[in-house]
Structure formats: C-alpha cells, structure tokens
Design a protein around this ligand. Sequence first.
Ligand code: ATP
Ligand code: MG
Ligand code: MG
Length: 406
Amino acid sequence: LSCKASLEVVHDSLSGSAVHGLSETVVGVLGGGQLGRMLCEAASQMAIKVIVLDPMENCPASALAHQHVVGSYDDSATVEEFGKRCGVLTVEIEHVDVATLEKLEQQGVDCQPKASTIRIIQDKYLQKVHFSRHGIPLPKFMQIDNLESARRAGDMFGYPLMIKSRRLAYDGRGNAVAKSEEQLASAVNALGGYDRGLYVEQWAPFVKELSVIVARGRDNSIACYPAVETIHRDNICHIVKSPANVSWKIMKLATDVAQRAVSSLEGAGVFAVELFLTEDGQILLNEVAPRPHNSGHHTIEACFTSQYEQHLRAVTGLPLGDPSMKTPAAVMYNILGEDDGEPGFLLANQLIGRALGIPGASIHWYDKPEMRRQRKMGHITIVGSSMGVVEAQLKVMLNEDSVNDQ
Ligand code: ATP
Ligand code: MG
Ligand code: MG
C-alpha cells in the first residue's frame, strides 16, 4: 500500500533555509498555478516557507516555492504523504481529494480552510443547497438527471436557462446556456451528458457582477476587502475594477451577504464571494472560492495587505492585515491567450510592451509552459488617482480609440 513512499521533489530549498520567518509554520499548498505562485511571492517577503503539490513539473509556482512536490492533488496517497509534511495544509484550487483531507484532519493534520468547506464548495450543487439553507439569497436552482427533469426546470425557471456541471468547473468550462427547450439536449451534451452530474440555475438578470474577498483568521477575526466589479468575457474573468462603482448601500449589502456566506463555512483563509447585482438592487450569490481569487489580484498593488499575504497570515495564525485600498482606484486586466503557441505569445508580448510604458501599471507573467487560447497567462494591474484615470490608461494599453473599442 505504501508504494508512494517517497514523492518526487523538484526545486528544494526547504532543508537548508533559516528557521526564523514571520511564522515557523510550513505552509503546504495543494495546487501550483498562478494563485500558488503569488502565494509564494507573498511568502517570500515574510520568509514563510511554502511547499507546493502540483503534477506539472514546470507549473507557475514551481520556481518560487521552497519545495515543489510533483504529484496530483487528486491522488489519495500523494495528498496524504504531502499533508503530513506540512504545518498547515491549504489550497489554491478546490478540486482536490477531499476525502483524504478529511482523513488527514482526523489524524491531526491542520487543514485551513477545513475539509468540510472544500467538500461543500467543490460540488456547486451542494454549495447552493448549503447557502440556501443558510438563508443566503441566490438564483433558484434544481438538480437534473434526465431530459424530463431538465424540461421541468425550464418550465419552472424559464429561458435562458443556465446548466452547470456540479464538479470540476472553472473559467466557465462547465456552464452551458439553453435559450429554449429545443436547446436543452445540445447544452447538456456539450457538458458531457447527465452522468457528469448536472444542475440548473435560473438566469440571473444581473446589471453588474461583484466580488467581495473576505478573510477569516484562526481567531475568527474578519477582514473584508472593498467590493469590486468583475467583467467576464466568454464566462472568463477579464477585467476587475476596484472599488465597484455602486452606491454605498449596495457596497454594504454585498459585503453583508459575502460575510454571512463565509460565516457559514469553517476554517481560516481568504474566501472570494462572487455576486450578482440585479436591476432592482438585489444581491444574489453566484459562488464562493475557498482561496485567493482572480478578483483579488489587484490587492497586490492596490491594498495595504494583499489577498495572498492575508491568506498566509490567516492560515498561519498571524493577525490579519488591513484590507483597505492604499490607492483611490485600480483596474486589473487578465492576459488571456488570444491564440495557441507562438502567435499567442506574440500578441501577449505586444500588450506587455505597451503596458511597460503605462504609469501605474504592474505586469504579472505566470510563466506557464504553454500558451493556449483563453488560458490565463498573466495579468496587469493599473493603479491611479481615480477610476477615470485608470480606465483611460487601460484604453491606451489596449490600443483602443473612440472608433475602435475592441
Ligand atoms: P470561475 O472561473 O469563476 O470559477 P465557473 O466556471 O465556476 O467560473 P460560474 O462562476 O458559475 O463559472 O459562472 C461563470 C459566469 O457565468 C459568471 O461569472 C456569470 O457571468 C455567468 N453566470 C453564471 N451563473 C449565471 C446565472 N445563473 N445567470 C446568469 N449568468 C450566470
Ligand atoms: Mg467557479
Ligand atoms: Mg465563478
């Protein structure tokens, strides 16, 4: 059974390094994508040791982690052995082997947030059931098992109807829209059929999408970041504006709903709460991520404590930092692959070339081994004295003028 007695390790500076960082706890992170990479950057500033588990040898976090263990965060034996090496075990992705996290917790391994939280969140349908039980406002939803139940949902909720896969969803992969009853079958097929585990949501007629990042410390202290507006392109987060341009009342309502949602989950860390703002001023919950999030990238340059530093403070038991903005406005632009391979790199390079000349712009490149269309390759945050100023800078960066707005 112990065939995985030793895990393959690349990049190891753990054993030789000094003991005294801001925290002596070794933080283990399941996942080594861009979020893991930025966690490592924040950890480096505080000399906190981070070890990362990711199957890809050249994953974005690999070069920056104290240790990168090459292996799957979805493999039971691997997660178990990795977990035992950590002072605290956390995640940068929720699609991990949660049964093993539960087992590790029973054996005394410290998981933050708790395995129970990951279990609820990694199944979007369970997540919706959980939040509706806790009185959090959200779009109506229903599980579907066959065409008949899908039709029934369509009759009840109307069209367009949002069909979602319960598991393994990210960047909108796992969502399909049926505009009418006739499109139900093809939408379900596009998601891989009913066996994949599907449910439907009533269409949320939102005027804006907002996100609030809530941090909870080990002592249950709470820190909320100012609500931001997120703008999606093809279901993928594309632009984030901070703060959101909404009334004080909406700001407060969004923060309130986010805080209540997070209060219903267990464990320390940062949580991103994605929200819909409807025309009549309602706030509905879309989903929660139990980890740092794309809607919080700007906090690196725009807030006193970035979401990454905050997450490390939270899970290691340090006091939470100040989430407020130190600059009046910020806009974050995701560099999404425009094309596969070299043509994609060329376009990204042109954008970065322009960004290098923009005052207030900071460029983050994740160093992913391969360029793919729609893949998140990096991001650029522009900070400035007002939203008008940073939006104008964004336009310059995107080479947009009044006649050409794409
Ligand atoms: P993420 O990358 O944020 O994890 P995801 O794959 O989990 O994305 P969702 O957040 O469920 O996908 O949905 C992606 C986007 O699709 C939302 O940000 C929103 O723009 C749109 N969307 C989701 N649910 C609904 C809904 N019920 N009504 C209308 N639009 C929706
Ligand atoms: Mg999601
Ligand atoms: Mg989402």
